[in-house]
Design a protein around this ligand. Structure first.
Ligand code: BEZ
Length: 390
């Protein structure tokens, strides 16, 4: 699964290109099959667009090696080992599931190979299990869900029923939401965790939510599970009486049009919406739409920004694992999501969070931004960052 950057960008000339001393080998560790396959493909599309947009700013060339995690932690660990020991990659980019990030953490840290996290929000990876080799360009589960608990309480919502898949991301997202919602005076009147990658019928859980006396339902679902959940919520007839809220992966632009009218009126929070109004986002949306014919999602922008941070590290002179790890955590820029920086205490990204409603647009669903919540650094959550030697 190997190809060169030149080929990836469609610039292959047919001439042999001698390997330059400054070439970097990048392992893309993403799900290309399983429940999050569309997310992995979207991150890769964003990553390639980012290299196309910013790669020309450095002499360094990037060779890409792809591996499929299948959203299975043991498979992903084997693939990470292969990338590190066999392919001898200089840096890895990817990981979608919090469960997979937990599984590869020790391997990455022990081998001293920098990992640019392009999705998985596992709080531990920038908390108690933080590492100078793990730099997160996506979000943490707490960062997205904590502000929404406070915001919903401020809107006068008093009682909430929560639902999420039963794995690390679902547990952490609901936990962080519940903490801030109850701290702001709200009450959690019921919660359920549905078997991850196995639940097809949400009916029994929706019946529980209906009977709970809640004013609203708050959930985390992503990918195929998000499509089924939103459709079933609507066909169960709950939307009118029991408004649906969640982290924005629920109604991602990647699949919101597959949810159709069922997604209208759902209110969610996320670090990106394609309707954010700034010049960097306008350029990104134009490039992505030209490539794919549709608006980019949060997964696309995470891939795009992962490529940009890699290019910035190369521009700063990074040429190997150690110097990359050192340079990656120092990068900051203004991108499609707004101002981004890496928190030196945890290596987690600092970025604004947007609350948006999914509404009907011209011929497709779109995202109406209701509020921009201030950028906050996550608490250190037990992270004691080990200093790098250079
Ligand atoms: C996670 O497992 O961290 C995750 C997966 C999909 C979307 C968002 C988070």
């Amino acid at each position: 699964m190997k190809r060169s950057l030149l080929a990836a960008l469609g610039l292959a000339t047919g001439l042999a290109v001698p390997a330059a001393a400054e070439d970097l080998t990048v392992g893309l560790l993403l799900p290309f099959s399983g429940v999050y396959a569309s997310l992995g493909n979207e991150i890769e599309t964003g990553f390639n667009l980012g290299l196309a947009a910013f790669g020309g700013e450095t002499e360094t060339t990037f060779e890409i090696v792809r591996e499929d995690t299948e959203v299975k932690p043991p498979v992903a660990l084997g693939k990470a080992k292969k990338l590190i020991l066999q392919e001898k990659v200089d840096v890895m980019v990817g990981v979608v599931s919090s469960g997979v990030l937990g599984a590869v953490r020790d391997m990455v840290h022990g081998a001293g190979v920098p990992l640019i996290v392009a999705n998985a929000g596992n709080d531990e990876a920038t908390g108690a299990a933080c590492s100078p080799y793990i730099t997160r360009m996506s979000f943490s589960n707490g960062q997205i869900n904590r502000p929404m608990g406070t915001w919903m309480a401020e809107q006068g919502i008093e009682k909430v029923f929560t639902l999420a898949p039963d794995y690390a991301a679902g547990r952490q997202m609901i936990d962080r939401f519940s903490q801030s919602f109850t701290a702001a005076g709200g009450e959690i009147v019921g919660q359920e965790f549905t078997p991850f990658q196995k639940t097809q019928d949400f009916g029994p859980y929706l019946a529980q939510a209906k009977a709970s006396g809640a004013d609203a339902v708050y959930v985390f679902y992503a990918g195929g599970e998000a499509i089924s959940f939103v459709k079933q919520y609507d066909s169960f007839g709950l939307k009118a009486d029991l408004p649906l809220y969640g982290s924005g992966f629920l109604t991602s632009p990647l699949y919101v049009n597959a949810q159709g009218e069922a997604a209208e009126g759902v209110i969610t929070a996320l670090h990106y919406a394609p309707t954010i109004d700034n010049p960097a986002n306008a350029a990104f949306v134009a490039a992505f739409t030209a490539e794919t014919g549709r608006a980019p999602s949060e997964f696309a922008v995470q891939g795009y920004d992962a490529a940009r941070v890699l290019v910035e590290a190369a521009k700063a002179g990074a040429t190997d694992r150690a110097s990359l790890a050192h340079a990656l955590r120092q990068v900051s820029f203004e991108g499609p999501r707004g101002k981004l920086a890496i928190d030196p205490a945890t290596n987690n990204i600092i970025q604004p969070v947007y609350v948006y409603e999914t509404v009907a647009g011209e011929g497709a669903l779109t995202q109406k931004v209701l509020a921009q919540l201030p950028a906050e650094a996550d608490p250190a959550n037990g992270c004691e960052m080990v200093p790098l030697s250079n």
